[in-house]
Design a protein around this ligand. Structure first.
Ligand code: PMP
Ligand code: GLN
Length: 398
C-alpha cells in the first residue's frame, strides 16, 4: 500500500545544503577501501610523547576529570595556556576570565562564529579555507566572503588590496588562519600588521586559527595577530593540542581573548558540548609545559619529512609549493598534464595507491583551486618514501 505520508523534503537544513560529508571523511574512507597510503586527512601515524599519554592515564586512574570538569576548563589547563601565551609571545591572559577550553579547535571555531556573527553579517575568510569555516559561517547565518591566496614566487600570498576591498559595512569579522591549511603559508609580520591596521580602522573582530603555531620551518616565524597594536581587545585566538602534541583524537582546544569575548563564546560553547575530555585536560596542561627542546624536535622531524615528500613529489612531476608551516604541502598537477584535482584525487588510489585531498573543495571559486592537490607529511618516513616511489609512476616520462 502506498505510504500516505507527505514526501520527505531534504532532511539537512537549507543553511547546510552542500555540507553533507567532509572531504577528510570521504578520502580517509577511500584510503581504507583501496588499501592506499593515506596522505589526505592530517593525522600522524605515531602517537605523541609517552609521558603525556601517561599523564592522561594517571588522571583517569586518579579520578581527576572523570566527572564533569568546570565549564571553562580545568584551572590547571587554563593556567598552562596563559603561561604558554606569555612565555612564547609575551601576551598576558588571565586564566580565570580570558581562557576557555573547548572540544578541539573545531568547537572553538563553531562557538566563536555562532557567538559573534549575526545573520546577514559578512565574514571574510582566506581562500582556500579549512572546511569547517564555511559550515560554521553558514550555521551562524553569516555570509562568507572569500579572499583568495594566490601563488606568487613559490608561495600562496595574501593580496592586501583585495582584502581591503572585501571589507564592507556588513563585515563583522576576519577569520584568519596562520600557519595556513592547506597552502602552508605563514603570514609575515608585514602582512599581519596590515590585516591588524585594517581591522582597527574598520572596527572588525578577528578570529584567528593558530593550531599549527608550533609547526613552522626555516626562517618562518609564527606571530599571533593578538600581539599587534589595537588587536588584543578585538581578537579571539584559537589553538589546540591535536597538531602540536600528535594526539588529534583527544580534541582539546582553547581560545584566549578578552573577558567579554570569552564570555560570549562560552555562552555558546556550554550548549554545544558543555565540557569534554576531563582527564585529557590534565595531560594537555602538562604538555603545554614541555621544554623548548620538545618543540624543536617536532619541527626538526617534520622538516626532514617535508623534504622527503616535497622531493618525491617534485620527482614525480608535480609543481611543489614547499610549505613554511603546517604539515601539508600543496602541489600543482598541471605539469602532469592534469587540470581537475577532484577527478585526479578520486583516481589516484587506483592509479598508484595514494590518497590526497583536492584543494578545490576549500574554494568558492572552484576553478581557482582546481589544479591544486594537498598531501600531508605527518607520517613515518618509510611511508612517505613508499608514497613517493608509488607517485613516481605518474611522471610524464616514467
Ligand atoms: N583548524 C585547522 C586549520 C585545522 O587544520 C584543523 C584540523 N585539525 C582544525 C582547526 C581542527 O582542530 P581540532 O582537531 O583541534 O578540532
Ligand atoms: N585538520 C585535518 C586536515 O586538514 C582534518 C581534520 C578533520 O578531519 N576534520 O586534514
Amino acid at each position: 500500500m502506498a505510504a500516505m505520508t507527505r514526501p520527505l523534503r531534504p532532511l539537512l537544513n537549507r543553511r547546510l545544503a552542500g555540507f553533507g560529508t567532509t572531504i577528510f571523511a570521504e578520502m580517509s574512507a577511500l584510503a581504507v577501501r583501496t588499501g592506499s597510503i593515506n596522505l589526505g586527512q592530517g593525522f600522524p601515524d605515531t602517537d605523541g610523547p609517552e609521558e603525556i599519554r601517561e599523564a592522561a592515564v594517571r588522571a583517569l586512574r586518579d579520578g581527576r576529570g572523570n566527572q564533569y570538569p568546570p565549564g571553562p576548563g580545568i584551572p590547571e589547563l587554563r593556567t598552562a595556556v596563559a603561561e604558554h601565551q606569555q612565555r612564547r609571545y609575551g601576551l598576558a591572559y588571565d586564566p580565570d576570565t580570558e581562557v576557555l577550553v573547548t572540544a578541539g579547535a573545531t568547537e572553538a571555531i563553531a562557538a566563536s562564529l555562532l557567538a559573534l556573527v549575526e545573520p546577514g553579517d559578512e565574514v571574510i575568510a582566506l581562500e582556500p579555507y579549512y572546511d569547517s569555516y564555511a559550515a560554521c559561517i553558514a550555521m551562524a547565518g553569516g555570509t562568507r566572503v572569500p579572499v583568495t591566496l594566490r601563488p606568487r614566487d613559490g608561495r600562496f600570498t595574501l593580496d592586501l588590496d583585495e582584502l581591503r576591498a572585501a571589507v564592507t559595512d556588513r563585515t563583522r569579522l576576519i577569520l584568519l588562519n596562520t600557519p595556513h591549511n592547506p597552502t602552508g603559508t605563514v603570514l609575515s609580520r608585514d602582512e599581519l600588521a596590515a590585516v591588524a591596521a585594517l581591522a582597527v580602522e574598520r572596527d572588525l573582530l578577528v578570529v584567528t586559527d593558530e593550531v599549527y603555531e608550533h609547526l613552522v620551518f626555516g626562517t618562518a616565524e609564527h606571530l599571533p595577530i593578538a600581539g599587534f597594536p589595537g588587536m588584543r581587545e578585538r581578537t579571539v585566538t584559537i589553538s589546540s593540542a591535536g597538531k602540536t602534541y600528535s594526539y588529534t583524537g583527544w580534541k582539546i582546544g582553547w581560545i584566549t581573548a578578552t573577558p567579554e569575548l570569552v564570555g560570549a563564546v562560552r555562552s555558546v560553547k556550554q550548549y554545544l558540548t558543555y565540557v569534554s575530555g576531563g582527564p585529557l585536560q590534565y595531560a594537555v596542561a602538562e604538555a603545554l609545559r614541555l621544554p623548548e627542546a620538545f618543540y624543536e624536535g617536532v619541527r626538526a622531524d617534520l622538516r626532514a619529512k617535508r623534504e622527503v615528500l616535497c622531493q618525491g613529489l617534485a620527482q614525480a612531476g608535480f609543481g611543489v609549493y614547499a610549505p613554511a608551516g603546517t604539515y601539508f604541502v600543496t602541489t600543482d598537477i598541471r605539469p602532469l598534464g592534469e587540470t581537475d584535482g577532484v577527478a585526479f584525487c578520486r583516481a589516484l588510489p587506483e592509479r598508484c595507491g595514494v590518497v590526497a585531498i583536492p584543494n578545490a573543495v576549500f574554494y568558492d571559486h572552484r576553478h581557482q583551486g582546481a589544479p591544486f592537490v594537498r598531501f600531508t607529511f605527518c607520517k613515518r618516513t618509510e611511508i612517505l618514501q613508499e608514497a613517493a616511489a608509488r607517485l613516481k609512476g605518474l611522471a610524464p616520462n616514467a
